[in-house]
Design a protein around this ligand. Sequence first.
Ligand code: GLY
Ligand code: MN
Ligand code: MN
Length: 441
Amino acid sequence: MPNPVRAEEYAQRRAQLLEKLGQSTAIFRSAPQAIMHNDVEYNFRQDSDFYYLTGFDEPGAVLVFAPHHGEHQFVMFVRPKDVKAETWSGRRKGVDLAKAQCGADAVFPIQELDEKLPDYLKQADRIYYRFGQDEGFNATVIRHWRKLMRGRQRHGTGPMALEHSGQLLDGLRLIKSPAELETLRRAIAISVEAHNLARTLAKPGLYEYQIQAEMEYHFRRQGAMGPAYPSIVASGDNACILHYVENNRQLQAGDLLLIDAGCCVDYYNADITRTFPVDGRFSPEQAILYDLVLAAQTAAIAAVQPGNPFNSYHDAAVSTLVDGFLELGLLQGDKAELIKEEKYKHLYMHRTGHWLGLDVHDVGSYKHSAEEWRQFQAGQVVTVEPGIYIRPGIEVPEGQPAIPERWQGIGIRIEDDVLVTPEGNEVLTLAVPKQRAELEQ
Ligand code: GLY
Ligand code: MN
Ligand code: MN
């Protein structure tokens, strides 16, 4: 699918960034090329800020924004054309095509970065930069900064501060444009199909990795880049391991199968979890806990409304779960106290969701200060993913009842991707069934 984010939208994002910079310079580094083993590389995955500002998908590049510079406000450094290197490692845009694609005021070969960068920093009062995984480049930024700070004694100018560039872009990335939502919906549509396929295929005797393979095959076949994160296909008590990725167990009759998998389209990520019985029948305990997770998720989704504080949907999920635990005798005591002291955390130990976008755990603060939560706003996308995990041999907090064996070994999570709309919300992932009756055969 062609990228629906057009050149004008990238230009608009850069204009918003430049406006915020004033007398400062911002530097963005492309993602480093990750190594799989020895000299074999992983497929390249661009840094999300870098991609958000340019749509430029190569390693070895740097963006510099300097609105105070006399000539160039937006400068790129890229790998130059090189027939031999391109024969081995793939095509490069090079200086000219990068300039044409990204509309930079100037584009230079990356080899000239050290020589040219000071020119864009020396008038700046601060540098914005997000320290990343490329330690060599982190050191490069600090080296230039130190040198210019020393020069300030003689020249009277130079950046005094180095600040996190997240404050410039995170707020923009948090609100999805129509073009971004179009891409995200595509990632979700493919992921929904893969989940529905997995449910029709799953049966006792198959291995978890066989379900994983069918889903990831579907992702690629439909043009997605691949999984958005390592797929979790967790049967039986493997579902009690939050980030279980071995996916090597054989499915047994009586198992629940928890699948947390989504694909990535043009760097936008789906993130969906469903849990269902591999033989189409819930045991009484599985059914009770499943309905409780679904009730918690329903309450949480209802709290995703413009103006509500971010934490309200986690609070709604926890409140529903704790009511259920008390009723089932899995917890005892005063509800408010159990919640305040987090005495439910042996059963539900993670938060109810996260922003979703170019990163699966997308950028954007959840709080404005220690006390104040950010409010939901139309255009944000969150996951809503409560669960219950009762691992075998589970230990309980002091004063809480031991968990009878019949509840043990059950892990359930239900995760949807939810868009905040002006009127409330839209559940983008509804097309994967989650009512218990729909999962029973
Ligand atoms: N699949 C990662 C998550 O749910 O956050
Ligand atoms: Mn997930
Ligand atoms: Mn998630």
